[in-house]
Design a protein around this ligand. Structure first.
Ligand code: WQD
Length: 348
């Protein structure tokens, strides 16, 4: 089976490409490399070969060439996207492509709406033209409203997003629900990620945010590597065990495996289905920081500062629907996450 990954050179996309190759799928990646270095292409191949050599059976091809093709271009270019579907016999699509920095989306809303929604509309029309109607969408827990009780399940309130990035994910979910309602042949899964962190155990691929990281784990990695002076802990006066924010961190490889599980679900389901990809376990900022220092035997300087606007105290998933429908659950814990994140940082 041949799977098209839009944004497949990105953090989640590259790890999903490795899992697909290691599971015997053929992979087509399309990316404009606006948030990824083109060197990731070869590193995806090397990571898959590392994984197959260490954990899997021999690759199916004789000369050890893995079945992956890379296209460099923008998903908003309909002619370009149509050419890919003409050249490749795509069975299903995983749509990762999109801008994803919450703070940046507040400063550049039009860029986010044009990129994230524009690319989705072009993709859906090209898929329809080629009668390809199996799609996994990279959604986010950010579509949930801030005033929900925890844990969040797929029936929790959505909308009232606090930033344009969240609104794009919410609006795309609405578009996909509409497409599936209008044409019953579509099978769509809306995977709502919680907080993806970590890296592939080979240390060959990982998280590479442009500029100063917004998210906690890449920021901790830069401080530990002495590329940034200290971590600002955004508030320790939340109603949590140590006063710092609690989130449902999920290892990016667990997340990637969730996408492989969702692919087989596409073939036994119709309509559009939202499914959480989380662990169901919340950890605080200080839990993450202490685990990072302990597992990696490094020091991470930090200072407690004011809360970050828009942050909520506690977010974590009810992961039971993924277990029931995808026969998938996260397997890795906080120690794996901090070990692999650091393993990638030191290998770069
Ligand atoms: C985690 C915790 C911060 C940085 C975001 C997006 C969400 C999703 C995941 C895409 C919070 C604290 C952070 C720092 C800190 N992305 N923190 N100092 O905000 O839960 O979710 O990323 O889908 O859409 O909103 O993740 O890593 O930014 O923050 O103290 O320098 O770490 O306050 O409690 P967040 P995060």
């Amino acid at each position: 089976m041949k799977i098209l990954l839009t944004g497949g050179a990105g953090f989640i996309g590259s790890h999903t490409a490795v899992e697909l190759l290691s599971s015997g799928f053929e992979v087509v990646v399309v990316d404009n490399y606006s948030n990824a270095d083109v060197s990731v292409n070869d590193r995806i191949i090397q990571a898959a070969k590392w994984q197959i050599k260490n954990f899997g059976e021999k690759p199916k091809t004789d000369n050890d060439v893995l079945p992956i093709t890379f296209y460099y271009g923008d998903c908003r270019d309909g002619v370009f996207m149509d050419s890919i579907f003409r050249e490749q016999e795509i069975d299903a699509v995983i749509h990762f492509a999109g801008l994803k920095a919450v703070g940046e989306s507040v400063e550049k809303p039009l860029e986010y709406y044009d990129n994230n929604i524009g690319s989705t509309l072009v993709l859906l029309n090209v898929m329809k033209d080629h009668n390809i109607k199996k799609l996994i969408f990279s959604s986010s827990a950010t579509v949930y409203s801030a005033d929900n009780q925890m844990p969040l399940d797929e029936n929790s309130q959505t909308g009232n997003c606090t930033n344009p990035y969240g609104w794009t994910k919410y609006m795309i979910e609405q578009i996909l629900q509409g497409v599936a309602t209008a044409d019953k042949e579509w099978s769509i899964v809306l995977l709502r990620y919680f907080n993806p962190v970590g890296a592939h155990a080979s240390g060959l691929i990982g998280e590479e945010p442009n500029g100063i990281p917004n998210n906690l784990m890449p920021y901790i990695c830069r401080v530990a590597a002495k590329k940034l002076p200290k971590l600002n802990v955004f508030g320790n006066d939340y109603p949590t065990k140590d006063g710092t924010g609690v989130r449902d961190y999920i290892h990016v490889v667990d997340l990637a495996k969730g996408h492989v599980a969702a692919l087989s679900y596409l073939y036994r389901h119709n309509g559009a289905e939202a499914i959480n990809l989380g662990t169901g376990q919340g950890y605080s900022v200080l839990d993450m920081l202490n685990a990072f220092e302990k597992v990696n035997n490094v020091k991470v300087s930090y200072e407690i500062t004011a809360r970050r606007a828009g942050d909520v105290a506690v977010v974590y998933a009810n992961p039971s629907k993924a277990k029931k429908e995808l026969l998938w659950e996260a397997e890795m814990g906080l120690e794996d996450m901090v070990r692999d994140a650091w393993g990638y940082m030191v290998k770069k």
